[in-house]
Design a protein around this ligand. Structure first.
Ligand code: KG4
Ligand code: ZN
Length: 341
């Protein structure tokens, strides 16, 4: 069964073809990062308009790459939410109308389920059950994953998501959007000269909070700036280093705590912040020490992409009877609300 996947929840148009027997056949992505960079963040209206321009050509690209035509597609999976309403509506309208014209079913997908299952696209697949750390621009959650559609929320952020904290801290340091890659690059040149708080480390639960850390960075930036508000590059690198150390330490600690509390030995990390090298180093070390395994998607599938949506659609087809053909988007949608049909 051939599934076309369409991702358009934020600032990336991702399209892919996943075959339930042959695996991932093709994927293509257009990132809007350059377009939004001059505004310092995603401009929703520009995002929607760009998805309109990109989606159909990207569908042609993946079909060409796979040497197939639209008529070979058996189902279309698309991101129904959470995300930006206008952006979601573009992918949804294209998916639903194309499916209608081809007389094939659609499979609305929860964006975070896509991220969560992305590591299963790799050869060395994690086995259920596992603990998943979802760390994206909008979410920081620990989930207990017992199977496809069986997700239990173990911990969540009380305020900013980890990716959001990277993005906001980068802005404070005058770095380009998106902040995650910019901070991790700058942190490579940083030294351990500052200590920032490690929020919620000893909270006794699996929740997170990153907004105070951003405020601590702001205070430090103000302290270290000269009277004209300028801050020298080596201090900036040291602050980026300290910030990255704090976030990655808290994330690593809570992941290990989630494994301990659930008694599981398999960890899956997904979402944009999962691409962070320092986080991977720390998680590799910590899981190794406890004889646990950690799984990541390949780097390009950490951030938004069509492959994870096509794959989640294929898993839903294989595991469940077809869900309703509803046509609406869910800009706000908790992953823990998902249930087996
Ligand atoms: O999963 P994603 O592409 O989009 C959402 O669903 O939100 O994640 C984007 C987030 C952004 O906040 C970005 O700054 C962060 O992931 N990110 C990183 C890295 N690459 C992307 N954060 C830390 N280190 C990275 N290397
Ligand atoms: Zn995402």
């Amino acid at each position: 069964m051939l599934v076309l996947g369409i991702e358009s929840s934020c600032d990336e148009t991702g399209v892919a073809l996943y075959d339930t027997e042959r695996g991932l056949l093709a994927h293509a992505l257009h990132s809007q990062i350059e377009m939004h960079a001059e505004y310092g963040g995603v401009v929703p209206e520009l995002a929607s308009r760009d998805h309109i321009r990109r989606t159909l050509p990207l569908i042609d690209t993946v079909l060409n790459k796979a040497g197939l035509t639209k008529n070979s597609i058996n189902a279309i999976a698309y991101t129904q939410g959470p995300g930006l309403s206008g952006a979601l509506l573009v992918g949804t309208s294209i998916a639903e109308s194309l499916a209608f014209s081809l007389k094939i079913p659609t499979i609305p997908i929860h964006h975070l389920e896509g991220h969560l299952l992305a590591p299963l696209l790799e050869e060395n697949r994690p086995q259920f059950p596992f603990v998943a750390l979802l760390v994206s621009g909008g979410h920081t959650q620990l989930m207990l994953v017992s199977g496809i559609g069986e997700y239990e929320l173990l911990g969540d952020t009380l305020d900013d998501a980890a990716g959001e904290a990277f993005d906001k801290t980068a802005k404070l340091l005058g770095l380009a959007y998106p902040g995650g890659p910019a901070i991790s690059k700058l942190a490579l040149m940083g030294k351990p000269n500052y200590l920032l708080p490690k929020p919620m480390l000893n909270s006794g639960d699996l929740n997170f909070s990153f907004s105070g850390l951003k405020t601590a960075v702001l205070t430090l930036v103000n302290q270290q700036s000269d009277p004209t508000g300028k801050i020298n590059d080596s201090i900036k690198a040291d602050i980026a280093y300290a910030f990255q150390e704090s976030v990655t330490e808290v994330l690593t600690f809570k992941c290990m705590e989630a494994l301990r509390r659930t008694g599981l030995d398999n960890l899956v990390v997904s979402g944009g912040v999962g691409a962070n090298k320092r986080l991977r180093e720390k998680l590799n070390l910590a899981t190794n020490k406890k004889l646990c395994k950690v799984h990541y998607p390949r780097l390009e599938f950490c951030t938004d992409n069509g492959a994870m949506i096509a794959f989640a659609g294929a898993m839903r087809i294989l595991n469940f009877t077809r869900e309703s053909l509803s046509f609406h988007v869910k800009p706000r949608w908790d992953l823990a609300e998902l249930q087996k049909p």
